[in-house]
Design a protein around this ligand. Structure first.
Ligand code: BGC
Length: 811
């Protein structure tokens, strides 16, 4: 069953039934100021950091789900309703929610009144704009009472949920005309406040939650709304909110618009006050003035649309299959921007207080984003590299506000350093800008300990070779990409975290996955060294890569597939010898991508084993057979019930590794088949089972051993977005940035007749028409640029500012 449909022309998903199987959300904001918004207007807002600068309150794990948000209440002669159905849940005469590129438009109607609310964060603005349009479609005059509602969070979202003995006494507000200010802690150490305004006179307000809602009421029935009368309260402690009250009279056929602005301001120390205890409102007023008419709001929305038109014109495929096209051209790229911005911090599955920016996560996310705004990718690369140590190791996570490594989580995840090579080379290939390699970048954010960015890459590479175990394979440390394979942890205590607890000393557990990863990114490092003339370093690195390949062939091969790891005691994991967890996806992915033993048939065998043992109708599971008991020597992986998460769930992040592996041996049929299985638009018809949004990837789909195979969880913030985008655009459709041009090397189903890709690259536009007359899965027979034959399959870099027609014949 479906709950809506795609509107590709407007780049929107249109939800027509508010009772989606889970809140289906969207993100507003692109750089500093963000909101999450569900299809019933639930969600919250923050500035830069969902933990340290939370503007509005949200209660995760609430009953019912998704309670609290940016609510509007309408009291129409005693009938009370909300345009987004919730929180009031009065049955609406019509409902529609359109989630678009950084905006959401929710429209509801009841008894002849239509209320439409457009939510977005204008570009370069620290505020969310909400345009409310009320229309009277009835034949009589309507006298409506409109109430807005947001609940302030006392800034630190974690403390806000825990420290009530203090927080119930600190809340402070100011009321100034139609603007309600939240200034808790501004008097002392904070230089910021928030505000909520409307561009019309108000007939009342409330800023104290209990007065507005009533101590024994719920969001669905605030007493002020039911009574139809604000109480004009000024909050002192407890829970400050902001609610405007507006009386609206509408003649038949008449419409009125109101613009609400929810914003954030920072003031310099000397400019904090207007007078004693009265905050300086200058910046707030400037911000409000920018959006005080409908025309200004529409202009800001047009700018936002143009921003997305531009970003989404960089890679455009026309394949003939609308589901493929909308995934590649719209939603997957959009999700890549969101994951780039959020890493794993704030979604409806990530509470905004748990995880900041992940070192490995952010490097990988960048690969799906770098073509959109390379300059932001460049900045991010330095932020990440600054949390590295001299020996190449790094903090596993850092906070976006402070950009400091997160001490509580620590480091020693031994795959982490290598991902920096991926992000850096992806950036250079996209932009042609090598200058970042010479920039001085600190270690551990300490400017006195700076070296060039190139030295950071070298440290990443060396970190692997300086940390190998008894078989010559990389030591796993706390864990590799699979955070839940904790081979040195031996945890018996339920009160400790598998990821951060003290590891047993002398651990020599080794990871074949890191070995494969090292071969792939070690080769990229070698190639980069050659590009910049560091030939000795290239030769040294190549030797290490070759050595690792030999080691994998010798100690990483199980006969029919690659072994996953060696445990603390030197025993194989992911081997036919094991009782459970005989085969794992990660090492098959990385070793096939690296082409290890391709001549000896190892790659093909491994991929055949994946097909036979891990493939399911909903995607490829992580391991098989699933673990059915706790293996203390494996850690968290064996704590999950079979079929979920890292224990034989379909972990969508790593499916593309197999997809790319399939392209290494030219099996385009398989590659595309795998890609389709987890692509959200292809799962829209089974929305009931799939549960989460049909327009974005989820981290995990329940595997074949689960209670409900095919049910998805953890949508939005997942490496799945970048990896699937990378796999489909660069390996299946096969248009891939290279140092010296645009490589074209598709690997597609044999029955595809062809497709077209328009790619903007280093200032020029290439319209690439790929034809497949011979029904092959891989291989480029000829390539012409504006009719001229080019040898090989790389489109050379052409002069900027023009469009070039490229014809590629496969065969
Ligand atoms: C984490 C990744 C990790 C993956 C597999 C995700 O939740 O963000 O860093 O690689 O799980 O364990």
């Amino acid at each position: 069953m479906k709950y809506g449909h795609f509107d590709d022309n407007r780049r929107e998903y249109v939800i027509t039934n508010p009772r989606t199987p889970w809140p289906w959300i969207n993100y507003l904001g692109n750089e500093d100021f963000f909101s999450l918004i569900s299809n019933t207007a639930g969600g919250y807002t923050f500035y830069k950091d969902a933990k340290f600068r939370r503007l509005t309150r949200y209660r995760y794990n609430n009953v019912p789900m998704d309670n609290g948000g940016k609510y509007f209440y309408i009291n129409d002669g005693g009938t009370i309703w909300s345009p987004g159905w919730k929180p009031v849940k009065t049955e609406l005469d019509s409902y529609e929610c359109r989630h678009g590129m950084s905006y959401t438009n929710i429209k509801g109607s009841k008894n002849g009144v239509e209320a439409e609310v457009l939510f977005f964060v204008p570009l370069k603005t620290w505020a969310e704009v909400q345009k409310v349009k009320l229309t009277n479609n009835s034949k009589e005059v309507k006298k409506l009472k409109l109430f807005s509602f947001v609940e302030w969070c006392l800034w630190n979202a974690e403390d806000d949920m825990a420290n009530f003995q203090r927080n119930f006494s600190t809340g402070e507000v100011e009321i100034d005309g139609s603007t309600l200010y939240h200034k808790t802690e501004y008097k002392e150490r904070r230089n910021h406040y928030a505000f909520y305004s409307v561009n019309a006179p108000i007939q009342g307000y409330d800023t104290d939650r209990e007065s507005f809602i009533g101590l024994y009421n719920e969001f669905s029935e605030p007493q002020v709304v039911t009574e139809g009368k604000p109480r004009n309260t000024e909050a002192h402690g407890w829970s400050p909110i902001a609610s405007h009250y507006i009386e609206v009279e509408l003649k038949p056929g008449e419409s009125k618009d109101f613009v609400f602005v929810l914003g954030y301001v920072e003031n310099e120390e000397e400019e904090k006050w207007e007078k004693k205890l009265v905050i300086n409102k200058k910046k707030a007023k400037e911000c409000i003035a920018k959006f005080d008419t409908v025309a200004k709001v529409e202009a800001a929305l047009a700018e936002l649309r143009a921003y997305w038109d531009n970003l989404l014109s960089i890679y455009v495929v026309e394949s003939g299959d609308e589901r493929l096209d909308r995934t590649v051209n719209i939603w997957n790229q959009y999700q890549c921007m969101v994951t780039f911005n959020m890493s794993r911090s704030a979604s409806f599955f990530e509470s905004g207080i748990g995880r900041g920016m992940g070192f490995r996560d952010s490097n990988q996310d960048l690969v799906g984003f770098v073509h959109q705004i390379p300059s932001r990718a460049r900045e991010r690369i330095f932020d990440i590299a600054s949390t590295q140590f001299e020996d190449g190791g790094c903090y596993h996570q850092y906070q976006p506000l402070t950009k400091r490594g997160n001490n509580a989580v620590g480091g020693n995840f031994n795959d982490d350093p290598l991902w920096l090579i991926l992000s850096t080379t992806a950036y250079i290939k996209e932009s042609g800008d090598y200058t970042l390699l010479d920039e001085m970048v600190p270690f551990d954010n300490d400017e006195t300990r700076s070296k060039t960015h190139f030295e950071h890459l070298k440290a990443s590479f060396d970190h692997v070779i300086n940390n190998v175990g008894p078989h010559g394979l990389p030591l796993i440390g706390r864990a590799d990409w699979n955070d839940c394979l904790n081979l040195n942890c031996f945890s018996k205590n339920p009160n400790e975290s598998f990821q951060t607890t003290e590891n047993k000393t002398g651990g020599t557990a080794e990871s074949v996955m890191i070995a494969g990863l090292f071969v792939v990114y070690g080769r990229d490092y070698v190639e980069l060294c050659k590009q910049i003339g560091k030939n000795d370093e290239a030769a040294r690195a190549q030797k290490e890569v070759d050595k690792m390949i030999d080691t994998i062939k010798k100690h990483g091969w199980d006969g029919d597939w690659y072994i996953r790891a060696y445990d603390y005691f030197g025993r194989k994991i992911g081997s036919n010898e094991c009782e459970e967890g005989k085969i794992f996806i990660e090492s098959q992915g990385w070793c096939t991508m690296a082409g290890i033993g391709v001549e000896e048939g190892m790659v093909e065998k491994s991929l055949n084993a994946v097909k036979e043992r891990l493939d399911t109708p909903h995607g490829i599971v992580l391991n098989n057979p699933a673990f059915t008991k706790y293996y203390i020597e494996y850690g968290e992986i064996s704590t999950y019930p079979a079929g979920y998460k890292e224990n034989a769930g379909i972990f969508c992040h790593n499916n593309p590794w197999i997809i790319i592996g399939e392209t290494v041996i030219g099996r385009g049929n398989n590659a595309y088949d795998y890609w389709k299985k987890i692509a959200p638009a292809f799962r829209e018809e089974i929305s009931d089972l799939n549960k989460v949004e049909p327009y974005v990837y989820a981290q995990m789909i329940a595997g074949k051993d689960a209670f409900k195979p095919g049910e998805s969880k953890n949508s939005w913030l997942t490496g799945t977005a970048a990896w699937n985008y990378y796999a489909i655009t660069q390996f299946i459709l096969g248009v891939k940035p290279a140092y010296n041009g645009l490589e074209v090397n598709p690997c597609i189903p044999a029955d595809w007749k062809g497709f077209k890709v328009t790619r903007k690259f280093r200032g020029a536009t290439y319209v690439i028409d790929i034809k497949n007359p011979n029904k092959v899965q891989k291989g480029v027979k000829s390539l012409t640029v504006d009719g001229k034959a080019v040898a090989g399959n790389i489109i050379p870099i052409m002069p900027e500012g023009k469009t070039y027609n490229v014809e590629v014949i496969m065969g």
